[in-house]
Ligand binder design. Structure first.
Ligand code: DGT
Ligand code: CA
Ligand code: CA
Ligand code: ZN
Length: 562
């Protein structure tokens, strides 16, 4: 379905560029309309014989779409993109800058990208522009700093604890009846644009005062009884919306999104001659909870993580998505033998405290010099030590494993004879992460097909906001993993979340087994499991498909499958 999304984003971009160029509202709207129509489309656009049958798509747009489907290119899109300085679209990423302001900055202050915007602010060029007050320039400067330093999206591992602590502190306020976070955070996305908090209270003033004076607030951008916006010192933007208690469900549903999910829900309501918006579902009296609204629309409760318009309204039964409680083992962890900070026994104690029946010790292999990877002789001693600890501790099974490097050409970092002595083998790529897609595919396929490999650890090696990682042919990997009964990992660490949600959904649909592991090096790392679970849920993962949810005996049988 990515064609629909790709095309929608192209039409949105064309609308934006036309607006930056000062073209007529009619032209801009026509493109926006097509973009929205493509976003709403349930079936693949390529499967529709007559594109003008899509509401909002006229003859000329249909031709553009057809050409794109045929050639993978859209001449009009390329031409438009080349008609303005390419950096102007980056300037659009600065919070608070829309196409009209960007046009003004471009035409009247020679701003063509992020760098020239900063220069224009610094040399005072903006001070004399009309409709550009001191406060506006300050806000732009603040927002720009965020784009310059951290990109504009925050890892969920940062945003989630932040939102939870904000909610915890606001919960104490007098008169609060409901408070929750919504938005991409509630949907468990790997990165968060801003934090959306929703509350009902009998004392709105007390709540907005408390919110705007939290000690990590850098600037208050808006303060009212129904909406407040602040930017935290970390650069994170947080919005608070206050709604009537009787409408809390409708508002929570709306602000949880995704936008795409809202659109298909609203259409369903319209078909039933009802009206759904951010305030309520009309005409029924069901707006206080999400459950009631879904039920009224003839739907089961849809977990926030799958509200992405990826088929959630179309399936007969929503699968029983994986939860934290389903996890019974962690199969990728490090000790002081390589670059971890726990002994084998400490690792075991943490796993016991979490109620696991099994923990795998998987230290790094020999070529990971900087991580103190184990040479074969040290690995043999380590296996001994792990087996001894396992015999001494009754409450848990400790598996002797390795996180063996998948070398550039797909061979593994130990001989098969040594790998065969291990209870579990997690094979991961660490180096050569910028090789070509076809090389990466061949490399990973070789590891997946290897009879001694159980799990492919963080398959692409990406680091969120920092490193793209490998870009293998994911469907090919999934097919091979399903065939060879090799599990693909969701590395729960919020820097990784690799496999990512969309790949994971394909893996689930493709019949591959998955494994959610924390890759713990320190005790606190175990806490990252929740992000792996959220990602799993976003990929529609059920416990049956996740080896970490197996009973002890089933897991051991799976490990010995070859
Ligand atoms: P983010 O913050 O970029 O990570 O993503 P979200 O999903 O949190 O988006 P945000 O913060 O812009 O808006 C929160 C929710 O509000 C969003 O998920 C759906 C809803 N929403 C926002 N704008 C629109 C809109 O134009 N149409 C509809 N139907 N819903 C919207
Ligand atoms: Ca948001
Ligand atoms: Ca927001
Ligand atoms: Zn690791």
């Amino acid at each position: 379905m990515s064609t629909n999304t790709d095309l929608a984003s192209m039409f949105h971009t064309m609308a934006t560029i036309l607006e930056i160029k000062g073209e007529s509202g009619f032209k801009v709207n026509a493109n926006t309309k097509v973009a929205r129509a493509l976003e709403d489309l349930v079936e693949d656009v390529a499967s529709i014989p007559d594109l003008t049958s899509i509401p909002g798509v006229g003859k000329s747009s249909a031709t553009k779409i057809q050409n794109y489907l045929k050639t993978g290119q859209m001449i009009e899109f390329e031409a438009l993109r080349n008609s303005i300085p390419s950096g102007l679209l980056d300037v659009m990423r600065v919070q608070g800058l829309g196409p009209k302001k960007v046009r003004q900055l471009w035409q009247e202050a020679d701003v063509i990208d992020i760098a020239t915007l900063r220069k224009a602010i610094d040399d005072g060029r903006l001070d004399t522009l009309p409709r550009m007050g001191k406060k506006t320039i300050e806000n732009i400067s603040e927002a720009l700093a965020f784009v310059e330093t951290s990109g504009n999206r925050t890892r969920i591992g940062i945003a989630m604890p932040l939102a939870e602590s904000i909610i915890q502190s606001l919960q104490e306020q007098p008169g609060i009846t409901n408070i929750a976070f919504a938005g991409s955070l509630r949907r468990g996305k790997e990165t968060i644009g801003d934090i959306d908090i929703l509350a009902s209270t009998e004392n709105p003033m007390a709540l907005s005062d408390a919110f705007c004076t939290m000690n990590n607030v850098a600037i208050v951008q808006a303060k009212g009884e129904t909406k407040c916006s602040v930017r935290l010192e970390s650069g994170m933007q947080v919005d608070l919306r206050v709604v009537d208690k009787s409408k809390f469900g409708a508002a929570l549903l709306y602000f949880t999104g995704s936008k795409e999910h809202n659109i298909i829900l609203r259409e369903r309501a319209i078909k039933q001659h009802k009206k759904l918006n951010e305030y309520e579902l009309e005409p029924s009296n069901t707006s206080d909870t999400e459950e009631a609204i879904y039920a009224d629309l003839g739907l089961p409760f849809l977990p926030p993580e799958i509200r992405e318009n990826r088929g959630e309204l179309l399936c007969d039964q929503i699968p029983n998505l994986i939860t934290l409680q389903d996890i019974r083992s962690d199969l990728h962890c490090h000790t002081t033998a390589s670059d971890g900070h726990m002994s084998i026994e400490e690792l075991a104690m943490h796993a016991i405290a979490r109620g696991y029946h099994t923990i795998a010790v998987t230290d790094h292999s020999q070529s990971q010099g900087q991580a103190n990877g184990l040479k074969p002789k040290r690995l043999l001693q380590h296996i001994e030590a792990i087996h001894t600890a396992n015999a001494a501790i009754d409450a848990i099974t400790i598996l002797a494993g390795s996180e063996v490097d998948i070398l550039q050409d797909g061979t593994l970092d130990y001989e098969d004879e040594l790998l065969a002595k291990l209870d579990i083998v997690v094979a991961s790529p660490h180096a050569a992460l910028s090789q070509s897609s076809s090389e990466a595919t061949a490399r990973l396929l070789k590891a997946i097909e290897h009879p001694l490999v159980h799990i492919i650890g963080h398959p692409t090696g990406r680091i969120i906001n920092k490193r793209k990682g490998l870009e293998p042919d994911i469907p090919a990997l999934i097919a091979a993993a399903a065939q060879h009964n090799t599990a693909l990992e969701i590395n729960a660490n919020s820097y990784r979340l690799d496999l990512r949600d969309t790949h994971l959904k394909a893996a689930v649909d493709g019949g591959a087994m998955l494994s959610i592991n924390t890759d713990s090096h320190r005790p606190v790392d175990f806490e990252q499991l929740r992000y792996g679970i959220l990602t799993g849920r976003r990929g529609w993962l059920t416990p049956e498909k996740c080896v970490n949810c197996f009973t002890h005996d089933k897991l051991i049988a799976w490990l010995r499958r070859n």
